[in-house]
Design a protein around this ligand. Structure first.
Ligand SMILES: Nc1ncnc2c1ncn2[C@@H]1O[C@H](COP(=O)(O)OP(=O)(O)OP(=O)(O)O)[C@@H](O)[C@H]1O
Ligand SMILES: [Mg+2]
Length: 249
């Protein structure tokens, strides 16, 4: 569904991400892990069209979306929830959701259906449709931000650190919704620093370290999270049980 190949990107002339490759399949979660500053957000922004792709390709359902501007990527089926849950704080919950639908050109009739899906997924939002988003808890704002992206009926959803700043119980709730979304057939790219939470719902993982993938493979092959955590700190162990560790050159 989403195929990122040898992606090189950064800011201006500064290359931050080098030859990064990974796939996201329909109905699956690929977790893009890595510590602070590893290049996770930069990768996501390049896929969304917010950072220039220096080289490499980004394909959505086989089509090269690299040359498209951000809004056309969204129309092509990309849903994006950026870091720090951006919602319109003065607008009500429902207005925020409707904006998510309008901005992607979803038809009016479908908006009702989509709203219903979002409330089904996040019952906490159903009773608060007329509440200004700024009055929601951090967890509810995160749910609203995900809901906004769902309103555009994406095929592939990218979430940038949805667990950041949330209490453990709320993180579980958010990961639960990720699990439900993937069961509905959506492909999900889950960017996280929180290893345990992400690996719990992931089908595949790719670990970034200073802009390179240092480890990737099926989540089922990870029997020791410590291996990933070590990768975070640059002590990459040898190849383990189906996981490939690409040593940076
Ligand atoms: N707007 C920017 N201009 C220049 N450099 C940037 C910019 N944003 C990020 N960087 C640099 O790019 C590198 C990767 O940052 P990025 O935000 O992609 O990391 P991250 O993995 O998302 O980290 P975090 O987990 O803290 O969100 C860092 O060295 C960072 O300083
Ligand atoms: Mg980031």
């Amino acid at each position: 569904m989403l195929s990122v190949k040898d992606l090189v990107t950064g800011y201006g002339d500064m290359r931050v991400v080098r030859e990064v490759s990974f796939d996201v399949l329909p109905g699956e979660v690929t977790a893009l892990l890595g510590r602070n500053g590893a290049g996770k957000t930069t990768t996501l922004r390049a896929i969304a069209g917010l950072n220039k792709i220096t080289s490499g390709s980004v394909r959505l359902d086989g089509a090269d979306i690299g040359p498209l501007p951000p809004h056309r990527r969204i129309r092509a089926g990309l849903g994006v929830v950026q870091e720090n849950k951006r919602v319109f704080k003065r607008h009500t919950v429902e207005a925020n959701l409707l904006l998510g639908g309008y901005s992607t050109g979803v038809r009016r009739k479908q908006l009702r259906e989509s709203l219903e899906e979002v409330y089904e997924l996040f019952p906490a939002l159903r009773g608060r449709t007329s509440t200004p988003a700024g009055q929601l808890s951090g967890g509810q704002q995160q749910m609203l931000a995900i809901g906004q992206a769902i309103m555009g009926r994406p095929k592939l959803l990218m979430l940038d650190e949805p667990s950041a700043g949330l209490a453990p119980a709320i993180v579980l709730e958010v990961m639960d919704s990720v699990e439900k979304l993937k069961r509905s057939g959506l492909g999900i790219l889950l960017v996280e620093q929180a290893v345990e939470a992400a690996v719990g719902v992931a089908d595949r993982v790719a670990v970034l370290e200073i802009g390179r993938v240092v480890m990737s493979g099926p989540a089922g092959a990870i029997d020791d999270l410590e291996i990933i955590k070590e990768a975070y700190f640059g002590r990459v162990p040898g190849t383990d049980a189906g996981l490939t560790t690409g040593a940076p050159d």
